[in-house]
Ligand binder design. Sequence first.
Ligand code: ATP
Ligand code: MG
Length: 545
Amino acid sequence: MSDVIESTNFIEEIINQEIESGKVKEVITRFPPEPNGYLHVGHAKSLCINFGIKEKYHGKCNLRFDDTNPTKEDIEYVRSIEEDIKWLGFEWDKELYASDYFDQMYEYAVQLIKDGKAYVCDMTAEEISATRGDLTHPGVESPDRNRSVEENLALFEEMRSGAVADGAKTLRAKIDMASPNINMRDPVIYRVLHAAHWHTGDKWCIYPMYDFAHPIEDGIEGITHSICTLEFEDHRPLYDWVKEACGFDPAPRQIEFARLNLTRTIMSKRYLKKLVEMGVVDGWDDPRMPTLSGMRMRGYPAEALKDFCARIGVAKANSEVDVAMLEHCVRENLNANARRAMVVRNPVRLVVDNAEDKVFTVANNPMKPEEGTREVLFGRELYIDAADFSDNPPPKYFRLKPDGMVRLMGAYIVKYVSHGEENGELTVHVEAIPDSAEGGANAGIKVKGTIHWVNAKTCVPVTIREYDYLLDDINDGRDFDLRLVPNSKTVVEGAKAEAAFATAAPFTHYQFVRMGYYMVAKDSTPEHLVVNQVVGLKDSFAKGK
Ligand code: ATP
Ligand code: MG
């Protein structure tokens, strides 16, 4: 069939087949976050899959807040999740809350009771788990398993009315205590919990369990493909049981994929929340956080994240991706898109004894001529980086050294004259070689090093925030709090940027030449310029490795 789109992963292969066979007309997916924290880079993978399918098949994708757990959820998280999805450039069709279906879920539960498919059980959570059996032993049936429909209806109503204490009774699906799949051994589908819900307030004191709620949510919304991570594979028989017991037709289909794991990266809202609470980071959007909002503050472009998700692909086997691959995608994006600027991190005075003021024109981004050019003013007093001068150079040191020559980027070749303290400041004197700028008669003189510089008179101070990973690189099963890298944030004061940088606006990306990629921080002002280091220049991710 001509309108079947060529498959690129196993999920799309399934969808193609279903479209071809006529089983599915319009593809509808959903992204179902629990609003109990900020989204992280793992969620980006799920977002790219669900919204990617919507876009590819011209279908729909709902944003559904899976807020069936009243004690951990909050409106702050709802708002942040909306913002992060928009930032990635995805548009959801409907915005929905699982808690809006509590009435319907309750009705489905009543129907199951009437159909003899659910019963109220008086066992405690401990008793239920002790009688569940294991892989080699069947479970033990609850003494309440054969209660009459009338009794079950009355008891369930009692649970709903508030007369039952937390945990004293549950509603269980009546499936099979001897099932080889332990999830099918009469799972709890409703619990009593006297807790206010951020969205429904005090209306309910019974709450549906995930395995019961999720297929109903999918069914009500007409989701065709309910895509989730691999740990739900063993729950699929229960998902199918609920959807059949509730009579959803056409039925949604659950498909599992491998979750994203990244080296040196915490990928769980629960632990990320701990970092915030422990004060290890300055908040959920701290630039060190692997949250989408943290990455946005750090300066990771949304497009780079999407590119990363496309490259890792969708598979059915869990694995760990090297965080260097994510950084590679960020670097590649910024190399193509970021403006260039000269910034000296650790300034040393350079006096060009024979220099006169001269304006040079340089490209804003040599990769993108359409970004235009800017002017840099060359003069007698400059700054270069301390690392670019050595009076005791190691072998193969191609920067400035006694009796050496270097090219000052975009300007002249200079020749060492002398160095020493002047007014308590290390000062290096050089002489510019006449006509050695680009196009000049002496431009062809061979020098091995090119270093960057700023004009001491016109440069502007900039504060640089540099970041390390939050976790060390030894993943030997230690708890994350034992793997925390001390001092993962460094604030460098005293760096100097070329004059044109004075007007740099927050959220603009730069390559500081020979240094790395930076983004002007959200809180940067013209009076106090601040940048976040995004990623270094050096790529540790070898292609094709
Ligand atoms: P966490 O353990 O961090 O809270 P979660 O899976 O409980 O993660 P949800 O809010 O339930 O978080 O997730 C919303 C969607 O994102 C789910 O469909 C889930 O499968 C998916 N998801 C979460 N983490 C990852 C990950 N690391 N890789 C891919 N998808 C993920
Ligand atoms: Mg969760």
